[in-house]
Write a protein that binds this ligand. Structure first.
Ligand code: 13P
Length: 291
């Protein structure tokens, strides 16, 4: 029951107006922490691994860890490949057991973005049970291998978004609406809520077809998060917040226990800190008790 793709859980979230947390992980401790916190709050979960950690750990190892953790969990859990701009590596991860694949060809020309996204959709749908996320418009900042300077940011054109969704057959869709990866440089980042509303109306107005994704969760204020959910965002990506938690907790633990050489205790401290952070996000996104 627990091994699922992203589509069904996000259709339910969109209808019931909450969002599923999609949490980027780089190692086993983080994965265990996000799974345990979600089980404790009975929340559906998307575990994300971007390309660098997927390559470092190996897709087959990530897939095996996911299957082990998810198979015994009483909640639905999806394993998502985040921001991959290489069609062939998308296929490798699909073969290794990832249940949602993001092909990010958003820096390409529109027609090339459609071509690459459709190639991944065709492969994953033929394999069965694997959903695909595509992106149009760009998200500024750095997420693993994808770097977008502020001057390069192009927000998603709503009419093009509809064409993109229709021509690629993507299962979930990430529009560029002004959110950013990393730490926001200003207190009130300029987010184009009206654009999201327009995109949601064009794609899902007649009938809910394709859940929408919000990238760049770290640093968004609670009222902004809630507004984005009310306008149709149902997958909420959080990465930087968890990286900071891991590194700060490790640094603090070692600083306070310089004479100890017990890695298990560092892991335990990191796991607890990440669990607390995930619980904050689950409550904010409204996904507790929705599994
Ligand atoms: P943050 O690093 O800003 O949380 O963004 C995460 C993200 O969008 C991953 O795809």
């Amino acid at each position: 029951m627990a091994i699922v793709n992203a589509k069904e859980m996000l259709l339910k979230a969109t209808t019931e107006k909450y969002a599923v947390g999609a949490f980027n992980c780089t190692n086993l401790i983080q994965m265990e922490a996000v799974v345990d916190a979600s089980i404790e709050l009975n929340a559906p979960l998307i575990v994300q691994c971007s390309v660098a950690p997927s390559k470092f750990l190996k897709p087959q190892v990530v897939g095996a860890i996911y299957k082990t953790l998810a198979a015994e969990a009483p909640i639905p859990i999806c394993l998502h490949l985040d921001h991959c701009n290489d069609v062939e590596f998308c296929k490798v991860c699909a073969d290794a057991g990832y249940t949602n694949i993001m092909i990010d060809a958003s820096k390409q020309e529109f027609s090339e973005n459609i071509r690459q996204t459709k190639a991944v959709v065709d492969y994953c749908h033929a394999a069965g049970g694997i959903s695909v996320e595509g992106e149009l418009g760009t998200v500024s900042g750095v997420e693993d291998q994808v770097r977008v300077a502020e001057s390069e940011v192009e927000l998603c054109d709503p009419e093009q978004a509809l064409t993109f969704v229709d021509q690629t057959g993507v299962d979930i869709f990430a529009p560029g609406i002004g959110t950013a990866h990393g730490v926001y440089k200003t207190k009130n980042p300029k987010i184009d809520f009206g654009r999201l509303e327009k995109i949601a109306a064009l794609i899902n107005g007649q009938q809910l077809r394709v859940p929408l994704v919000i990238h760049g969760g770290t640093g968004l204020k609670p009222d902004v998060v809630k507004n984005l959910i009310s306008l149709g965002g149902s997958k909420f990506n959080v990465s930087t917040d968890l990286k900071h938690t891991l590194i700060d907790t490790t640094y603090d633990y070692i600083s306070e226990n310089r004479d100890q050489y017990n890695p298990g205790k560092i892991d335990a401290a990191v796991k607890e800190a990440i669990k607390d952070k995930i619980k904050y996000w689950i409550e904010l996104l409204g996904s507790s008790n929705r599994a």
